[in-house]
Design a protein around this ligand. Structure first.
Ligand SMILES: Cc1cc2nc3c(=O)[nH]c(=O)nc-3n(C[C@H](O)[C@H](O)[C@H](O)COP(=O)(O)O)c2cc1C
Length: 481
């Protein structure tokens, strides 16, 4: 889909878009409305009249559900997206004919490459005087510190010219300054540190607002560094992303509704928060003595009749639950590449994604469950997961009752439970006393092998197949099976 507008029209045709004609404020009113709509799974929303911002309309709840997302991205399984980049490496050439087939594959891959274009609709209008005052940013909860961009596409490249497009909340300070909340383990924070080491001075940054749904999804995806996120956008969209290079050198999606161009002065830090977060509590970075960099907005560019997009978080399951499920599916193929024993994974939506993960594996050797626990705690953003449960492949990780049965039947806590004290954890975790340090819990609920049972043999019940065969007719008659 070309841009956010085309996606909105597509949703409307499917009956998944609510148009709200009453004038509402982006401060508390629109966020509260969006939360209620999301809890009742009623679809996406387009607010036609925005109090205080007559130039704008506002879109919300664009991630209405996983099935809608699959249709929008034109895939039957979201895993197909994660499989696209991996196909490049599958069975690379050994002989001449293989070489030819991989050339064909490279050609196919070129469809996913980004392309820099000379024109972008958003360059039509520019404001240089207090550009941030023009943006209809949300205040999402009563005790939030102020107005926030809650789904900004923060675009930057690091000194090695690896490009990123990432969603980090942005707290507005005044018409020209804002605070970028990139957490320490994210690409933005790393690029900023690399700038400090290499150049000092200014780091060019741009914030795009509103794009096609595939690009919006890319920006929240934990794409492993140094894979270029602007390239990864092509894999998600099924087609290379068109990019526009701003005067400050930053590449942004050409289909954006608006773009704020500016820079981060690498030495300038500011307090951030409180902000009502996705656990359903106020995140207060100042209590952890965390400071974040200041973004200086130099100008905002925007399309005619611009449409703003912001997300609202709070107690699950809101829009980020759909996003989290999509990411779980898209990154499963990559997880399997690193850990081939992984069969499936479930980050349950009420577990707020970094809270709990359940992983099923093809178990081959004693201690295999613990190996997987440790590997996940060492892998990208999965490393932040607080509780991980590993089960054998016959247990469906998406069926919580099966998981509970596996824990009850295969876990001896002394043998199978790992607690890692003082590990790096999600700073938003409302349970830990000293964030970002917190403990981790790993439960190896895999079926145990004889070596793990000290010789004890337990026999699992099984029906007699001949008896089942004799009863087939009765099953049909009484149970309709
Ligand atoms: C609505 C929403 C808001 C988010 N806000 C933040 C944030 O303020 N800071 C942050 O570091 N990550 C935030 N994230 C998570 C990042 O977008 C996610 O970790 C992404 O992978 C980061 O991109 P990166 O891997 O390019 O650094 C948010 C995600 C969503 C869905």
């Amino acid at each position: 889909m070309k841009d956010m507008r085309e996606y909105l029209s597509w949703l409307e045709k499917r009956g998944e878009l609510i148009r709200v004609e009453e004038e509402l404020s982006p401060e508390l009113e629109i966020p509260a409305f969006l939360r209620r709509v999301m809890y009742s799974k009623a679809g996406a929303v387009l607010f036609e009249r925005v109090k205080g911002y007559p130039e704008w309309r506002i879109a919300g709840n664009l991630f209405t559900g996983v099935e809608t997302l699959k249709d929008a991205l034109g895939v039957e399984r979201l895993e197909e997206i994660g499989e696209r980049p991996l196909k490049l490496f599958e069975g690379l050439p050994l002989g001449f004919s293989d070489k030819l087939s991989s050339l064909g594959r490279l050609k196919e891959m070129s469809a996913y490459l980004p392309k820099v274009v000379r024109k972008a609709e958003f360059t039509k209008n520019v404001i240089e005087d207090n550009p941030l005052d023009f943006i209809p940013a949300f205040k999402t909860w009563p005790r939030d510190a102020g107005r926030y961009l809650t789904y900004p596409l923060v675009c930057f490249s690091d000194p090695k010219e690896v490009n990123s497009i990432s969603v980090y909340r942005v707290m507005l300070l005044d018409g020209e300054r804002a605070v970028l909340h990139w957490q320490i383990h994210k690409r933005g924070s790393q690029a900023w540190r690399d700038y400090i080491e290499k150049n000092g001075g200014k780091m060019p940054v741009a914030i795009a607002i509103g794009s096609d749904i595939g690009t919006l999804l890319t920006a929240v995806s934990p794409v492993p560094y140094p894979l270029d996120k602007l390239l990864f956008a092509g894999f998600v969209r099924g087609k290379g992303l068109e990019l526009y290079r701003l005067p400050n050198g930053v590449l942004v999606p050409a289909n954006a509704e608006a773009v704020i161009e500016g820079y981060v002065d690498v030495k300038e830090l500011h307090e951030e928060g409180p902000f009502g977060d996705h656990f359903g509590f106020y995140d207060k970075p100042a209590e952890r003595n965390e400071l974040y960099p200041v973004f200086h907005a130099e100008r905002v560019y925007y399309r005619d009749d611009p449409i703003y997009y912001g997300s609202v978080v709070g107690k699950p399951p809101l829009e980020d639950a759909v996003i989290g499920k999509a990411i779980e599916r898209i990154f499963l193929p990559m997880m399997k590449m690193i850990l081939p024993e992984v069969v499936d994974v479930n980050f349950p939506e009420y577990g707020v994604f970094q809270g709990i993960a359940i992983v099923s594996i093809k178990k081959r050797y004693p201690g295999h469950g613990k190996k997987v626990l440790n590997a996940l705690w060492g892998t990208g953003q999965a490393a932040l997961t607080k509780v991980i449960v590993v089960v054998s492949e016959d247990i469906n990780p998406h069926d919580i009752n099966q998981v509970i049965w596996a824990i009850a039947s295969f876990v001896d806590p002394q043998r199978d439970v790992l607690v890692i004290p003082n590990a790096h954890t999600d700073a938003l975790d409302p349970a830990v006393p000293n964030p970002p340090l917190g403990s981790k819990l790993g439960i190896d609920a895999t079926r145990k092998l004889p070596e793990e049972m000290n010789g004890r043999v337990v026999e699992e019940v099984e029906e007699d197949p001949q008896v089942l065969k004799r009863l087939e007719g009765l099953f049909k008659k009484y149970l309709g099976e």
